[in-house]
Ligand binder design. Structure first.
Ligand code: VNL
Length: 390
């Protein structure tokens, strides 16, 4: 017998004595995100955020070992759905997480309902998503939650004429409606509503229209990952110097890309739930650990939502004492509150959406790098779309 073989037999015997993790002791969590294609940055941020939670809090909770299975759907809804089905049927997944775009989250809703498996939405942000299955819980945000406060800020700051520009799908439509309705109700005027294609948008012709309209401000929603290309065009068309003020949801001045956007981004005011510059001990620790684990990356709102998705699941498992039954997990998640790197958060027991502060921020240089610096906060904002229906 070679010594190598002897060592491997000894190792196998030791593993038997220690007791290998039984299938029952493992909780598999499927993280389905775009790791390739146009929304790849979202997948990378989500994976890093979820992994960081496990790294900092250990991979065991209530006697269960947490195993994260990361799957790339490349942003295609039929792939997302098939991966969800495979994870449940073949890997015995007890929770699904991620969903980088609204259509991807929607594709999994019937799967979650049929299998009674929690679908923790940590990215997609169209308001109605949580209505599509009683097993959906969300730790990201909703566009009405982020866009309505931007309209209020304009009304308070003497901005009366605005053009809106949004990506033409669920969250863009929400942003356009909730910014526009609140703004018009307060006496503001929407001069033009522009929609850009989700796939490979060319902003130049749309920005020419904005230039011709000459509004006081341009309000923008684009999904995470498109902000840098937009900002480049905005500057190249000379709009940053034309007196048209740029305002947006924080998706546009996304921390993942902000550092490379250049001075055209300086002074852009946005409303959102997370900034890497958020001033709290929890966030300072989160950002430092994230940057240490992921060289060259700054955490954005996708990373923090995935981190909180894991936080929610860990707390729910603690509460059920390790039981993984979907109904028990969802019941445990309803009303859960904790301190996130973004500030205090809770899960609205009626809607399963996240209740959180929305911050008003301005892009500024901090130690030579661009950040969204918060200067005002609206506490404990519920999704206004569902609040209006109740
Ligand atoms: C969505 C909303 C996607 C906001 C985003 O980035 C975002 C969505 C990928 O619901 O599709 O920033």
């Amino acid at each position: 017998m070679t010594s190598n073989r002897r060592i491997s037999i000894l190792a196998a015997a030791a593993a038997l004595v220690a007791g290998p993790a039984l299938a029952d002791d493992v909780v598999t969590v499927g993280l389905i995100v775009p790791m390739t294609g146009q929304q790849a940055t979202t997948g990378k941020q989500e994976q890093a955020g979820a992994n960081l939670y496990i790294q900092l809090h250990g991979d065991t909770v209530a006697g269960k070992k947490i195993v994260l299975e990361v799957k790339d759907d490349a942003g295609a809804p039929d792939v997302t759905k098939r991966l969800a089905q495979d994870l449940i049927a073949n890997d015995n997944a007890k929770a699904l997480m991620g969903f980088g775009l609204t259509p991807l989250a929607l594709a999994v809703a019937p799967v979650a309902t049929e299998a009674k498996v929690p679908e923790i939405v940590t990215a997609a942000a169209t308001a109605m998503i949580t209505e599509k299955s009683p097993y959906i819980v969300r730790t990201s945000f909703t566009l009405p939650q982020a866009a309505a406060p931007m309209a209020q800020w304009c009304l308070k700051n003497n901005i009366h004429k605005v053009v809106t520009l949004v990506a033409d799908y669920g969250p863009g439509n929400d942003a356009e409606k909730w910014f526009g309705d609140v703004f018009e109700k307060g006496g503001g005027q929407i001069v033009e509503k522009i929609r850009t294609p989700l796939k490979a948008p060319d902003f130049a012709p749309f920005l020419q229209r904005v230039k011709d309209d000459a509004p006081e401000a341009l309000f923008v929603f684009l999904p995470s990952g498109q902000g840098a290309a937009f900002m480049k065009e905005f500057a190249e068309r000379g709009l940053d110097k034309s007196g048209v003020r740029l305002i947006a949801t924080g998706d546009v001045t996304d921390d993942d890309q902000l550092a490379d956007m250049g001075d055209a981004a300086l002074g852009v005011v946005t409303t959102h739930h997370y900034s890497a510059a958020h001033d709290s001990p929890e966030n300072k620790a989160f950002v430092a650990a994230f940057e240490k684990a992921n060289a060259g990356m700054r955490p954005n709102f996708m990373a923090v939502a995935a981190y909180d998705g894991m936080a929610l699941l860990y707390q729910a498992l603690d509460k059920t004492k390790g039981a993984t039954d979907g109904d028990a997990l969802i019941a445990a998640m309803k009303g859960m509150s904790w301190t996130s790197p973004r500030g205090p958060v809770s899960i609205d027991p009626d809607t399963r959406d996240i209740v959180q502060n929305i911050y008003v921020r301005k892009v500024e240089k901090v130690d030579g790098a661009l950040y969204n610096v918060e200067f005002d906060a609206i506490p404990a904002v519920k999704d206004p779309y569902k609040a209006a229906k109740q």
